[in-house]
Write a protein that binds this ligand. Structure first.
Ligand code: G6P
Length: 613
């Protein structure tokens, strides 16, 4: 949540900071700002609104030349937590004398107490943010050594932070620190770029160090010294980021979301590469680090996650119970962490998170570890906190996902979950022959997605009929129930249409009261167990004048006749049909949002990575 970038080196810092902010904008985009160490001292420019506005501001600013000549600076794009998205609340924030300037992700929980203390000392605050309080604290400790001042300050704060600071008296020096909010240090030649995620640094370098919680680093040009708070100097492993720069750009598509929808066949192939053994009818998931003997001991799978990742988990629940015959449960990560969950011997907790940084999912992981559970994670971002804290799991290898609305991460998560279910099943009752059949079907998923992508124009046509409604229902049963949940989530996130998903059977227990001609129903009617019941449910909706958009199996005339409009998906088993059906609903949501003129890649109020509770 929020994006941070900092630069120290030989280049002009400003273009690095502005282009970095553009790459990070998906993390938050309600206001943005930059601070540069110039020959005329520290200059700060910030304003509410998006990064493009800030870029315009700095180019037309009377101090443009000084700003452009600076070689060290920090910048931030904000997702408001404390105080509305005004210019005053935008980062960077300064101490009362302007000696210290900082950008910060996370939440300082004891900011009220600290603010009262400083107010009593006569300090005046310009913003409502917790971050400004931290700037005052650092300045209060500052005696000419920024590293020392930040170190002392961080021992007094409660909460989470990824923070980057500069001092007016130490131009060229950055101090960065993390606790609960990621910081990656990009190591260039004669320069260092720090950021809240790798997307902002890969244009300049692929050599990176991910800070651990409680790490603090002093950076000056290419000199990077890392300390652990209270423990002195430490060495952190250097890693190579394997994302291509193209992967983090739009590549000719109108939106990142569309690009990422189209990347799905490749992303899923990357997810599955080397992991499916169709000969032995199983999956090779070495990151789980569990032998068949240990797999057999798993008697229940507890899946935790938030948002789209939780929806993927719900499909995993069906697959694990279906293939492996062991119980699986999905729980919203925040609920899991706070309700003192019962996690026993024989349970494995599987955390799912694209970013690997979601605060509630991370806390659920910590709770599960505390309870002595076997914990594994399914994560996309390599080196993220959840990946590191579980130390056991499966990387998605889906490539960077920039669009706030998750698409390729979801289908990659589901692909992995099908493989996890297969692996667990083979360690239990599933025969090699049955395993081979399932693994061959999983192997076909990228091809199924390609076929759906080819129907993009038809889906766009269908979207025109549904773009002007204000409300709609999605319904599905069995494996298609979570697909309905995910379809509704996509539509509401990017088009702002009020979309609610219900189990098809649940509609009659209340929601049906809302059906009328202005309430379309998007019904999952593809072939599979329960299709006959789903067709009856669609007929019940139609009888109440609701327009019906059916997701049906290609060529299924009976299903087509139950609908006003259809989106067709290829014929495949119900357990893999979840993926082509979801891709069809992603395209539907995309086109509806586009027709409505919505900011597809940056929907209002959302952020890509939710690092606050
Ligand atoms: C935010 C994003 C969603 C995402 C959820 C969980 O709400 O906007 O797209 O599904 O966080 O994120 P994670 O990174 O843990 O999968």
């Amino acid at each position: 949540m929020c994006g941070i970038i900092g630069y120290s080196g030989k280049r002009a810092a400003m273009p690095v900071l502005i282009s970095g902010l553009k790459k990070l904008e998906y993390r938050g985009y309600d206001s943005a700002g930059v601070a540069l160490a110039t020959d005329n001292g520290m200059l700060i420019k910030k304003q509410s609104g998006k990064v493009a506005g800030l870029a315009e501001l700095v180019t037309t600013d009377p101090q443009h030349e000084q700003l452009s000549n600076a070689h060290c600076g920090i910048a931030h794009t904000r997702w408001a937590t404390h105080g509305p998205p005004t210019t005053d609340n935008a980062h960077p924030h300064q101490g009362p004398l302007g000696k210290i300037v900082i950008v910060h992700n996370g939440i300082i929980e004891n900011h009220n107490a600290l603010r009262e203390r400083f107010k009593a000392e006569g300090n005046v605050f310009k913003s409502q943010t917790d971050t400004e309080v931290l700037a005052h604290l650092i300045e209060a400790h500052y005696e000419g050594d920024l590293l020392e001042a930040v170190t002392k300050s961080l021992t007094e704060v409660v909460g989470t932070y990824g923070v980057t600071c500069m001092a007016a008296d130490e131009p060229g020096v950055l101090v960065v620190a993390r606790s609960g909010s990621p910081i990656v240090i990009g190591l260039g030649e004669d320069e260092t770029i720090v950021a809240s995620d790798a997307a902002a640094i890969i244009t300049y370098t692929r050599q990176a160090i991910y800070l651990d919680d409680n790490d603090i680093a002093r950076i000056e040009g290419s000199q990077v010294d890392i300390h652990s708070l209270g423990l002195g100097a430490v060495t952190r492993k250097q890693t190579e980021i394997d994302w291509s720069t193209d992967a983090a750009e739009k590549g000719g598509y109108d939106h990142y979301m569309l690009k990422e929808i189209y990347e799905q066949p490749e992303a899923i192939k990357n997810t599955m590469r080397g992991r499916l053994d169709t000969h032995r009818g199983t999956a090779l998931l070495s990151g789980l680090n569990l032998s068949p003997r240990e797999l057999v001991d798993i008697q229940r799978l507890l899946i935790v996650g938030c948002g789209t990742s939780m929806n993927a988990g719900l499909i995993g629940e069906y697959a694990v119970e279906d293939f492996a015959g062991i119980p699986a449960e999905v729980e919203q990560a925040a609920e899991f962490r706070y309700r003192n969950p019962i996690v026993g011997r024989g349970d494995m907790v599987l955390a799912i998170s694209q970013s690997g940084e979601t605060a509630d999912t991370l806390a659920a992981v910590r709770e599960a570890v505390e309870k002595g559970s076997l914990v594994a994670a399914l994560v996309n971002v390599v080196g993220s906190t959840i990946a590191r804290e579980t130390g056991r799991g499966i990387y998605l290898h889906a490539g960077p996902e920039i669009s706030v609305a998750s698409t390729k991460a979801f289908t990659s998560q589901v692909s992995v979950l099908l493989m996890v279910a297969l692996k667990l099943a083979r360690a239990n009752r599933l025969s090699r022959e049955q395993g081979t059949i399932i693994s061959r079907e999983i192997e076909r998923i990228p091809e199924l997605v390609e076929l759906v992508l080819k129907t993009n124009d038809q889906i766009e046509e269908v979207a025109k009929h549904y773009a002007s409604y204000d409300n709609c229902f999605y319904i599905g049963r069995g494996y298609m129930y979570p697909v309905a949940l995910e379809g509704a989530l996509k539509l509401k996130e990017i088009s702002y249409i009020h979309a609610e998903a219900y189990h098809s059977a649940e509609l009659k227990h209340g929601p049906i009261a809302l059906l009328e001609a202005s309430m379309p129903v998007i019904a999952m009617l593809n072939k599979g167990p329960g299709q006959d019941k789903s067709l009856s449910n669609a007929a019940e909706c139609k009888a109440r004048s609701a327009p019906i958009l059916g997701v049906i199996t290609e060529g299924d005339e009976e299903a087509r006749s139950a609908c006003d409009h259809v989106i067709e998906i290829p014929d495949c088993p119900h357990y893999t049909s979840v993926i082509p059906a979801t891709v069809a609903l992603q395209l539907f949501a995309y086109h509806v949002a586009k027709i409505r003129g919505c900011a597809i890649d940056q929907p209002r109020n959302l952020a890509k990575s939710v690092t606050v509770e």
